[in-house]
Design a protein around this ligand. Structure first.
Ligand SMILES: [Zn+2]
Length: 454
């Protein structure tokens, strides 16, 4: 969604933003930089002759920042192929924009959509007093956009927004624009890249066709009533980063609206009191485990939606501090809740090799484990061991917890808490990555975990 508004800002300059010139070659920044930029694009302040613009292309790809395998890479694909048409109209009622996008999904998304049909959809954005988007409402004054101009041509080179990312802290989200073409007097870019923090390339869009002042159906920007109901005010830069990421990965399902009362909490293992299984409403396959000790609670896995609600549940129902949070792996759907737990006093338990990934979380303290030195939580009733599944093809820091009674016998419960090795339990034969499954089984065999383990 931020991309949509960034694109609108490129053409419509009534939005508030600051501007800076590239300083790579120590150019002076001219006082009339903005005017030069507009002239370069072909916009004359005295005319409103441009009624609409359309940019259309058959090459659209996106990568995922949420689910990388390596902690510092961009090795996971959301959209391997796709196409996109972006249409702007500058008629009555201010700027309108519509994005029509066809996006094939990468194989990773089999966990959410086993059939992997392409996403074929449209988004409409309306600027102005009553501005809205089909998915989120955005306030112009909160955009805080900079435009970076090429010092030779004065054409925009990067349109930059600022976010407070839950892991990376203050971050830049750039739309880089290249390869301009002149159409009907306007300079319009044909190559668009979204680059995060100057290094993570997320989206790549190549336009084949650009049109200006073509015949446009009056109903083209209409939005149906059902879609209009989804407006959510977004003014918090951390929430903006969060929704932006999830939306770009087709993983934004709306706000988490449940309370602590809605959680289903059990201690189902009679030989391991203090081991709580928490089920979230509306998410059949997703569970968290709480390890209760005499003085504190350890939370296993850290999705962000329910983090604060889960903390409240622990306060009400157990009344002990959450002193440790353990994300199964760094993927953001399992780890973006970490900052909320840290803010509330929890230490972060991760493999030693992953500590730097979380280092920018304000106030984070760590307990780490590595080969030969597992992290263990032990009470008189149970023993929980945190193990790094080395060489994981899902996430380099992928870990599991093995929980069993403090003095196990042949028929004791043995529990393995894991995320994402098995993603479609109901479609075991066809919809799981068998490399990931065998990796988990091999790791459990190596650590001599009982065959009867749950
Ligand atoms: Zn994952």
């Amino acid at each position: 969604m931020s991309t949509a508004l960034i694109l609108s800002t490129l053409i419509v300059i009534s939005l508030t933003f600051s501007s800076v010139a590239l300083s790579l070659r120590q150019h002076e920044v001219p006082d009339d930089l903005m005017e030069r930029g507009l002239n370069a694009i072909g916009i004359d302040a005295n005319t409103t002759r441009v009624r609409n613009v359309r940019i259309s292309g058959s090459q659209f790809r996106t990568k995922s920042m949420i689910t990388t395998i390596a902690l510092d890479g961009m090795d996971s694909t959301v959209v391997p192929y796709g196409n996109q048409t972006i249409t702007y109209s500058y008629g009555e009622g201010g700027l309108k924009q519509r994005i029509d996008r066809f996006a094939g999904l990468g194989t990773l998304w089999v966990f959410a959509r086993p059939a992997l049909e392409p996403m074929d959809y449209s988004v409409v954005v309306q600027d102005g007093e009553d501005g809205s988007a089909a998915v989120i409402r955005v306030f112009d004054q909160s955009l805080n956009i900079s435009v970076l101009f090429d010092p030779d041509t004065y054409l925009p080179f990067a349109i930059r927004t600022y976010e407070d990312h839950p892991f990376f802290g203050p971050s830049t989200n750039d739309l880089r624009v290249y390869d301009y073409i002149r159409v009907d007097g306007l300079m319009i870019p044909r190559h668009f890249k979204i680059i995060y923090n100057n290094k993570r390339l997320i989206t790549d869009f190549l336009a084949d066709e650009v049109s200006v002042n073509f015949d446009l159906e009056p109903s083209f920007f209409n939005v149906s009533a059902e879609r209009g109901n989804l407006n959510i005010p977004v003014v918090d830069p951390a929430l903006t980063a969060y929704i932006g990421e999830k939306y770009a990965n087709y993983l934004w399902f709306g706000r988490f609206n449940f309370t602590a009362m809605d959680f289903d909490a059990q201690q189902p293992y009679t030989d391991m009191p203090g081991v709580w299984v928490i089920r979230m409403p509306g998410v059949a396959n997703y569970r968290q485990i709480l390890l209760e000790t005499d003085n504190y609670v350890v939370v296993l896995d850290a999705p962000s939606e329910q983090a604060l609600v889960l903390l409240e549940w622990v306060r009400i129902n157990i009344g002990k501090p959450v002193s440790q949070i353990w994300p199964t792996h760094h993927h953001h759907d399992h780890a973006l809740g970490v900052p909320s737990f840290v803010e509330n006093g929890a230490e972060v338990v991760v493999p030693k090799m992953a500590q730097s990934y979380y280092a920018n979380i304000p106030g984070a303290k760590f307990a780490t484990y590595e080969r030969g030195a597992p992290y263990i939580v032990q009470t008189s009733d149970y023993r929980a061991t945190f193990i790094h599944v080395e060489g994981s093809i899902h996430a380099r820091d992928h870990s599991v917890t093995v929980i069993m009674p403090a003095c196990p016998t042949d028929d004791s419960t043995v529990l393995v808490f894991d995320a994402d090795h098995v993603v479609q339990a109901q479609l075991m034969a066809t919809h799981n990555d068998h490399n990931e499954l065998s990796q988990l089984v091999n790791a459990m065999a190596k650590h001599r975990v009982a065959k009867s383990a749950l």
